[in-house]
Design a protein around this ligand. Sequence first.
Ligand SMILES: [Fe+2]
Length: 341
Amino acid sequence: MRKIRTIGFLCLVLFAENLFANEVNIFSARHYDSDVQLYEKFTAKTGIKVNVVSGKSGALEKRIIEEGADSKADLYITADAGRLGAFDAKGMLQAGLNSAAIKAAVPKNFRTSKWVGIAKRARIVYFAPERVSGAELTGLTYESLADPKWQGRLVIRASNNIYNQSLVASLIKNNGKGKVSKWSEGMVKNMARSPKGNDRAQILAVAAGEADIAVANTYYLALMLSGKKGPEQQAAAKKVKPFFPNQDGRGTHMNISGAGLVKGAPNKANAIKLVEFLLSEEAQNHIVNNTFEYPMIAGVSPHPLVVNMGLDFKQDLNTKVVSYGKRQADALEVMTAAGWK
Ligand SMILES: [Fe+2]
């Protein structure tokens, strides 16, 4: 009898624990150790336990979709507004990230009610100073990268890369699909090689003399300069210089890493609290000093290596990042049609 009572009591404890578990479940495609330290700070502050499932974005999305109503996922954290937008378009996110604190922290063009930017990055041009003159760079735009003067001199990664899809989506949003089809053809003609490798590989190609200019995100140069990718990449990074396109017009293409509130999130309130924490000054400082991104909120300075790249550039704050997902299919279509590998 006593045994049965004990088992009954244990069951009750387990049931209660499950019912009142104060936790939040993050599915994260970011692979920074620093993010884990951040979650520990959040737990220390709030008592909310953070469970992290790490993986590549495609695998995480597939898992959340397949688990459906059984999914424990509260927040999906990943890079690129195009990726978050596409996941939202599949009906996998829900509204809720529109608290007063979030709205005050994140400018309108970097958020929706279902997903918000946590940090910013710019997709810019890198050049070899000994082979590219100042005159050649004057007034340089993304649009003018397709000019014949860059023939055989440009490297950029493949069309299946989400950063490129979002960049091209922003071009379609601003210039129309027809013009960007032509532009894509020009880009392919200008490539020094068939696209291969990640963003750092493009910077390395310019450093090695394989090309004169490259397109890559801002934080990669700082990451290489920091020495975290080894002395060879550090030396290579010193051989190239950053250039921020479209300064005379709408500004440089901006993107985000961000968080989406998953549909059916079992811990919705905790998920919102965590996003609010990630947008706090303390968390933003932690993020930018570890990832070399730009802060999402005002009043926080990026890492000194990023500051050195120049902070006074004009960001494109008119093209809403939500358009990257909406024009993603068109972007991929024009690149593929142009023979962009
Ligand atoms: Fe990246």
